[in-house]
Design a protein around this ligand. Structure first.
Ligand code: NAI
Ligand code: MG
Length: 354
């Protein structure tokens, strides 16, 4: 197949980890007879330096003309004093809005090699493999009215039927590619918006008789994520609850540098590692590229429909871990690989899997 991929390396370690992910996509293209046309575009601090705008119009246009967007990370302390429209992170928020993505997929997978590095006891985290599907475009972070005076700050938690319906479909679709279980998380014992959420999720579930559905209140879910994390498959939840629960789940995995994400549902899907630009590591060839590589795997699966290639790339990353090798942030026996070496190790493991 032929696909156009917009590549936004961004700041700090972004360019270093994205380079390794692109190397993996190149290898897959070579071996599978695919053509991936990758166009590098500025975003974040790199774009502020180049043209004074963290998301230049030309970058957004090129993204919208692509089949998928792969992003590294944005941000650097030297922009901390900038006013809001001129912060690198504003570029990322505008990009998500410009693409219209509303479904944020964040897997939390505990590789057996890293289970001992989890803050939880190994026997509790072993087997954890969950996918949090977070509503990204509505709810408390966007609904009106919102206001701030010296005496009163106002935000509104509101969901429209169509917003719940489309995120629920995203979760059920994701579950079909996994273990076919959705846990919908809300606060329906207190919140009307959650009562609508629960009603609509149940209606959507009727279209997915092959997927099991259960419901949890968010406070109970927060406890369950640390007491029985391995029991979850897909967690479907709103914007704020998902923000909190996905960070909670991510720390179980023993490696921020390992975690990918996908933002789907808009005109073009966006894929990016969960970590930031790690300015402390930039330029030293020590950053972990696995989160970026696993984001490229999600891109293959969700944007290009190349499920077998996606699975092979994920398996290649896990092969490297299983061999005890990794970058220095990982609690593996031989945590000595540089960024480029780690990428090359994945590519070497990938070839026999394709
Ligand atoms: P961070 O994720 O960049 O770093 C947190 C810690 O994890 C640091 O100790 C860092 O060295 C380590 N780390 C992160 N990624 C790693 C990797 N791939 N390999 C090895 N170690 C890794 O978060 P922090 O320090 O809070 O923010 C740094 C900058 O990144 C800020 O400007 C922040 O605004 C931005 N940021 C951007 C995000 C994005 O682009 N999506 C997300 C989070 C933060
Ligand atoms: Mg967060």
């Amino acid at each position: 197949m032929k696909a156009r991929i917009a590549v936004l390396p961004g700041d700090g370690i972004g360019p270093e980890v994205v380079r390794e992910a692109l190397g993996c996509l190149d290898r897959i293209a070579d071996l599978g007879g695919h053509t991936f046309v990758c166009q590098a575009l500025p975003v974040g601090g790199a774009a502020l330096d180049a043209c004074g705008d963290p998301l230049p119009a030309s970058t957004l246009e090129a993204c919208l003309a692509s089949d998928a967007v792969l992003l590294g990370a944005v941000g650097h302390p030297r922009f901390d004093a900038n006013p809001n429209p001129l912060k690198p992170e504003t570029g990322l928020l505008r990009l998500r809005a410009g693409l219209g993505v509303y479904a944020n997929l964040r897997p939390a997978f505990v590789h057996p090699m890293l289970a001992g590095a989890s803050p939880l006891r190994e026997e509790i985290v072993r087997g954890t493999d969950m996918m949090i599907v977070r509503e990204l475009a509505g709810g408390l972070y966007f609904a009106e009215p919102r206001s701030l005076t010296a005496e009163r700050g106002v935000n509104t938690l509101a969901y429209a039927r169509f917003e719940v319906e489309r995120i629920a479909r995203a979760a059920f679709e994701a579950a079909r590619g996994r273990r076919r279980r959705v846990t919908s998380v809300d606060k329906a014992n207190v919140l009307e918006s959650s009562q609508l959420w629960r009603t609509v999720v149940k209606e959507v579930a009727a279209d997915y008789p092959d997927v099991a559905l259960d419901h949890l209140y968010v406070d109970a879910c927060a406890m369950a994520i640390v007491t029985r994390p391995a029991s979850f498959d897909v967690i479907l939840t709103d914007n704020m609850f998902g923000d909190i629960l996905s960070d909670e789940a991510s720390v179980l995995t023993g490696g921020l540098g390992m975690l990918p994400s996908a933002s789907l549902g808009g005109a073009v899907a966006l894929f990016e590692p969960v970590h930031g630009s790690a300015p402390d590591l930039a330029g030293q060839d020590v950053a972990n590229p696995f989160g970026a590589i696993l984001s490229a795997a999600m891109l293959l699966r969700h944007a290009l429909g190349l499920a077998a290639e996606a699975a092979a790339l994920e398996a290649a990353v896990y092969d490297v871990l299983a061999s005890g090798r990794g970058t220095r942030d990982l609690a593996v026996p031989r945590a000595t690989l540089g960024t480029a070496e780690a990428g090359e190790a994945v590519r070497a493991a990938l070839v026999p899997r394709l």
